[in-house]
Design a binder for this molecule. Structure first.
Ligand code: ACO
Length: 335
């Protein structure tokens, strides 16, 4: 038995306020030409006046509406994010309350930009091992909270947004996944929590000493990235994940009809895809107008494709991503 899944509905939320490359050039030493040629990004939406969870709620409501289920039918809500509004309550609890999913468990997952892929895989496992019929996966990201707008090498890359999907079982459809992590390189792409300590018993120096040199250059609060090392990791992890997920179900990357990669950077996507020998016509890309929205990037593409009527019965769809941690993974779903 294939034990696959189906997407009953999708939704996304894109903030209205759009920051173009030229707008960055007004306060940073950068240009549209540099950003476009290095990344493929032209503009990105930024959420200026709402908390992160608001975006997740809007995306979730659209996915539920399209699914034609009641919020009360949802048994599990998985929210993926790297910038929750609160340490607790979790984003998933905030969204659960705001959509009226009174019968749902609610958990947040942080697998950085690979979050949606981890979320889908977790959803499937719950669907086949518990009394849960519908899982809501929401990826809601507000990178503008974590980006240092004085740092041209990261500020230009990211956008804000959220996307959601309702997932159910479909026992006759093919499914495969390959997920992994490489924590040893975690500091190459990181964002440190800065606690305000008032405890008279806390020894900050001892904590810093314990963390050691590897962490000492990481500025608290902001995204810290070694772009070149992240690039090298990504162009290896993406094709490897797709190949491994294919191998597990005895298909080849050629058999994939649509590839939705994490929308970090067009050069990374083109390189990864050429390593897999998949033609770019099979690859969905929307980063030109969204930037990198971390775990929201893949489900935002999924919703765009769905609403444009580009998803067809029996297509083999592959999501593939990489992210801070490092994390990586691919999921293959037969529609
Ligand atoms: N405008 C103008 N110049 C810039 C900018 C900018 N926005 N950003 C960096 N530069 C400069 C640097 O300061 C450097 O100048 P220097 O040579 O005088 O020191 C020069 O451009 C080259 O910098 P590099 O970082 O080496 O540029 P590179 O060619 O590697 O491109 C990039 C940078 C696009 C970030 C690339 O490393 C990359 O694609 N990395 C992958 C990282 C990525 O996409 N991360 C996304 C987030 S992670 C995730 O989604 C999981």
């Amino acid at each position: 038995m294939a034990k696959g899944i189906k997407f009953l509905g999708t939704g996304s939320y894109v903030p209205d306020f759009i920051v173009t490359n030229d707008m960055f050039a007004e306060f940073l030493e950068t240009s549209d030409e540099w950003i476009s040629t290095r990344t493929g990004i032209k503009s990105r939406p930024i959420n200026t006046d709402k908390p992160n969870y608001y975006m997740g709620v809007q995306a979730a409501k659209k996915a539920i509406e399209q699914s034609e289920i009641s919020p009360l039918d949802i048994g599990l809500i998985i929210v993926t994010t790297v910038n929750p509004d609160f340490y607790f309550p979790s984003m998933s609890c905030l969204i659960q309350h705001n959509i009226g999913a009174d019968n749902a468990m609610a958990i947040d997952v942080n697998a950085a930009c690979t979050g949606f892929i981890y979320g889908v895989d977790m959803a499937r496992r719950y669907l086949y091992t518990d009394d849960i019929d519908y899982v809501l996966v929401v990826s809601s990201e507000m990178l503008s909270n974590q980006v240092n707008y004085a740092d041209r090498s990261t500020a230009v890359l990211f956008g804000d947004g959220a996307a959601a999907t309702i997932i159910a079982r479909d026992e006759n459809k093919l499914y495969s996944s390959f997920l992994g992590a490489k924590g040893e390189d975690g500091t190459l792409l990181s964002c440190r929590v800065k606690y305000v300590n008032t405890s008279p018993y806390k020894n900050e120096e001892a904590i810093e000493e314990f963390l050691g040199d590897k962490f000492k250059d990481i500025n608290p609060d902001f995204i810290h990235m070694n772009g070149r090392e992240v690039y090298k990791f990504a162009v290896d992890a993406l094709p490897n994940s797709v190949s491994k997920a294919c191998e597990k179900v005895g298909i080849s990357p050629d058999d994939i009809d649509v590839l939705i990669p994490h929308q970090a950077n067009l050069r990374i996507i083109e390189k990864a895809v050429s390593n897999l020998k998949i033609p770019m016509e099979k690859v969905f890309v929307n980063l030109e107008k969204h930037g990198n929205t971390s775990s929201a990037s893949i489900p935002t593409c999924l919703d765009e494709m769905n609403r444009k009527g580009l998803l067809k019965e029996n297509q083999k769809l592959c999501f593939v991503g990489f992210g801070g941690g490092f994390t990586y993974g691919a999921v293959i779903v037969e529609l």
